[in-house]
Write a protein that binds this ligand. Structure first.
Ligand code: ATP
Ligand code: MG
Length: 423
């Protein structure tokens, strides 16, 4: 599926078509926001609207207190699939909508339980009612009791279990409409992407940096990406991986750009300048210097890396301090306290592991010394760097950077698709 200009844009409406199926999106942390909550919700809805592009039919979005309702002329499963990728929704629940009257809600509750029983073995149930419309004739607990009794009558005395029911029917009574759901999926939670500003992620082909990017996005940072290849001394495999990773990550945010920088020649210059055991840290400093300059173009206020303290020799505290010293922006490291296995598990959950596992020619292995210094001293690093025309090197790197837009053609499940030209 691709973005299609003929597909009507989702509309925000308080008069969504009456009745039928829809999907309830329960807000995550946005729910805790105070007076400026509406700004977070606006951002959330903008991101949802972008995620629904190209879904293959018209859709509508409706805001209610602490929930968003989405529906349209598309299968609810497709809406669920898209909404689960939008950062900011805690639960995603397929639902039915009926008018907020006793008769309609009761009939829909009985039908809902019948449907659930037809799909799987149900030995017990519970009803939870939330009443946003305080004019509704019954209180929440009275309504729950009423619906429970009607369901039992209709379904041969199906037992109620309030502690661990097989099915929980959730009933949200709004002013004009009531939503009933009995199935829930975990959403991504977190803060709407963009609500915390913009960042530039240093994206390698490994497991760590995509997971770090995903974490940053879940804290509200809209992310662009920069990948350093070892070209002209390495093949394009790492670029293809970075592209595929950025495309996967872009499914959870309004698509960010991928900047590809060929670092090979500059790496060689550092080696010729006698970096020796400092080579890897010197390269990392060059990366954050270049990324800082690039950030001025992308509007990023911070850099993000996949560093985890002590994971490899280049990620000791001393080496991270040396890297930070070369950066013009704060370097955020969402995975600083994570173990490798936790990172790999998370990569599997978010769908980046299958790309990260592929072999490539990483620019960091190119020219890596047999032993990496775990305590790169600033005076030594500076004396190596002085042998290069650093400003010119960075300017040349930026000049030759390639800008790609992974996934902008499709927010649909993004497997395959066009590949970048090798850098
Ligand atoms: P990853 O799994 O993300 O590659 P790693 O364990 O291999 O991480 P390093 O190679 O030491 O760790 O890199 C640390 C961080 O530096 C990466 O997480 C990434 O943010 C950044 N980085 C390393 N290599 C590159 C690269 N080629 N392009 C962009 N960023 C890079
Ligand atoms: Mg790496």
């Amino acid at each position: 599926m691709t973005g299609n200009s003929r597909v009507p844009a989702p509309r925000d409406t308080s008069t969504a078509p009456a009745g039928g199926s829809c999907v309830l999106l329960k807000h995550g942390e946005v729910f805790l926001k105070g007076r400026n909550r509406h700004r977070f919700i606006e951002r959330l809805h903008d991101n949802l609207r972008i995620a629904l592009r190209g879904i293959g039919g018209s859709t509508w979005i409706k805001g209610a207190q602490n929930i968003t309702v989405v529906g349209g002329e598309v299968p609810p499963e497709a809406l669920v699939e898209r909404a689960r990728r939008v950062v900011g929704f805690h639960y995603v629940e397929p639902a039915v909508r009926v008018a907020s009257t006793m008769e309609e809600v009761t009939a829909a509750a009985v039908t809902a339980l019948r449907t659930a029983c037809a799909r799987r073995r149900v030995r017990s149930f519970a009803v939870r009612v939330r009443r946003r419309n305080k004019d509704f004739p019954l209180t929440s607990s009275k309504m729950a009791g009423h619906l429970g009794a009607r369901i039992q009558e209709a379904l041969a005395g199906l037992p109620v279990d309030l502690t661990s029911p097989d099915v929980t029917l959730s009933v949200e009574i709004d002013h004009r409409e009531t939503y009933l759901s009995w199935e829930r999926h975990r959403g991504l939670s977190g803060l709407p992407v963009g609500s915390s500003g913009r960042a530039l992620v240093l994206l390698s082909g490994g497991y760590d940096s995509p997971v770090a990017a995903h974490r940053a996005m879940r804290r509200g940072l809209a992310c662009d990406f920069v990948h350093f290849s070892g070209a002209p001394y390495t093949n394009a495999a790492s670029v293809y991986k970075a592209y595929a990773l950025a495309r996967e990550l872009n499914r959870s945010q309004p698509p960010g750009e991928l900047h590809v920088v060929a670092l090979g020649s500059a790496q060689k210059q550092l080696a010729v300048a006698g970096a020796g055991r400092l080579q890897v840290v010197a390269q990392r400093r060059l990366m954050v210097r270049t990324a800082s300059a690039l950030a001025a173009r992308t509007g990023a206020e911070a850099l993000v890396t996949g560093d985890s303290l002590g994971q490899v020799a280049s990620q000791t505290l001393a080496n991270m301090v040396a890297v930070d010293e070369a950066a013009r922006l704060p370097v955020l490291r969402p995975l600083i306290g994570w173990e490798k296995q936790e990172i790999i598990d998370e990569a599997r959950t978010i769908g980046t592991a299958e790309v990260s596992v592929l072999p490539d020619e990483d620019c960091c292995s190119l020219l890596a010394p047999p032993q990496v210094s775990t305590r790169a001293g600033l005076p030594q690093l500076r004396s190596v760097e002085r042998r290069l025309e650093m400003d010119e090197v960075i300017e040349a790197l930026l000049e030759s950077a390639q800008v790609l837009r992974p996934g902008e053609d499709a927010t649909a499940p993004a497997k395959g698709g066009s590949c970048p030209a090798p850098v």
